[in-house]
Design a protein around this ligand. Structure first.
Ligand code: SF4
Length: 362
């Protein structure tokens, strides 16, 4: 507890056998003294559960907000992305495994206070900060403080998450958050159990909570993995559930898998699979279904539900056409598109600007 990056936490309780259970995520790690949870950044020290990565980052980058991906949240704007280390799921296909599976001392190079992060985001012209690369669930106290510091400068906060979080800390965390992209990794319990070592039901519960009980703007991403979660039946079931339980205005992104981590023998997702998923989603009544990680102007286009015209055309993260008013109405028919629109479209483009230095030196 003398480590300046370690803070005490709430949301844990003692068990009858002397262990302490962490109640932040459904993993429910039960820990003896000096043991760490599966996420590695939370552990039991001095007879309590602590967070050991407060104020440390694994790196910063300025990206287009479309890369999170969020297509209906301050379009075209720049976002300051950062992450810490560790993760509370164990997905065999993890596309960020160097961060999510790292031991924090290997990766957490940059010291970054919430005030520093907000200041740098402001100076770089970012309209939001995103907790990404690894899941903010496991460092939510730090993320919430960063969000508060950003709000003081008029900068919004985005969580990129798997949604695997218990109800009480979830309610506390999302009070600080403006938008979320939730990874819905598949639509079967079997996939979550075997491939992610988690449970689908908990993620659906988070999605329902966010969409029904908060003002957080939500978009969903499903990484389609050949042979695992890409059947017509499963994609249709997922989209039908979203339409019925969350609403047809929730944007869904179907993105391409690249062989990585423990699934290097699985082939990459063919673009035709993504287009097929998009057609299925639209067929199930969803208004905004996108493809990602591929060049696909059709799959990156927002069609106005009012008049059917292509109001936003994107290729990868570049904006090719933008025909919405400053408050998100179709310039042709006036239809109000779902999302968060606040002023003219941004012009960050598809640039990616890594920040290599420690923020306190900037
Ligand atoms: S947040 Fe970490 S320590 Fe807590 S239950 Fe989840 S994986 Fe375990």
């Amino acid at each position: 507890m003398t480590d300046p990056f370690t803070i005490p936490t709430q949301h844990w309780h003692r068990l009858g056998d002397g262990r302490i259970q962490c109640d932040v995520c459904p993993r429910a790690c039960k820990l003896h003294e000096r043991q760490r949870g599966l996420c590695f950044v939370r552990g039991r020290f001095d007879d309590q559960i602590v967070l050991t990565s407060y104020g440390r980052s694994s790196g910063f980058c300025v990206d287009p907000v479309e890369k999170k991906p969020l297509n209906h949240f301050l379009p075209g704007s720049a976002v300051l992305s950062f992450g810490t280390a560790g993760c509370n799921l164990a997905c065999k296909f993890c596309q960020n495994w160097d961060i999510s599976k790292s031991r924090e001392t290997d990766t957490l190079a940059s010291r970054a206070t919430p005030v520093d992060i907000a200041r740098v985001a402001d100076e770089l012209g970012c309209r939001s900060v995103a907790f990404t690369y690894n899941d903010p669930t496991i460092f939510w106290e730090y993320a919430a403080d960063v969000a508060d510091a950003c709000h003081q400068r008029g900068i919004k906060a985005i969580a990129v998450t798997a949604g695997y979080m218990c109800a009480e800390p979830r309610a506390e965390f999302y009070r600080h958050i403006d938008a979320a992209n939730v990874d819905l990794k598949a639509f079967t319990e079997d996939f979550y159990r075997k491939v992610c070592v988690g449970h689908l039901a908990d993620v659906l519960d988070t999605l329902a909570y966010l969409c029904r009980e908060t003002d957080v703007w939500v978009e969903i991403t499903t990484l389609l993995i050949p042979g695992y979660n890409d059947s017509d039946t499963e994609i249709a079931a997922e989209c039908a559930w979203i339409a019925e339980n969350l609403g047809v205005d929730v944007p869904v992104h179907f993105t391409a898998f690249h062989p990585d981590y423990k699934m290097t023998d699985t082939p990459p997702t063919p673009p035709s699979t993504l287009s097929r998923a998009r057609r299925i989603g639209i067929g199930e009544g969803l208004r905004y279904v996108y493809t990602g990680n591929v060049h696909d102007p059709d799959g990156g286009t927002t069609v106005c539900p009012g008049c059917g015209s292509a109001v936003v055309v994107r290729d990868w993260y570049a904006m090719r056409r933008y025909a919405l008013s400053d408050d998100g109405r179709c310039r042709g028919c006036g239809f109000q598109l779902a999302g968060v629109y606040d002023g003219p479209v941004g012009h960050w483009g598809q640039r990616r600007l890594p920040l290599l230095t420690s923020l306190s030196q900037m």
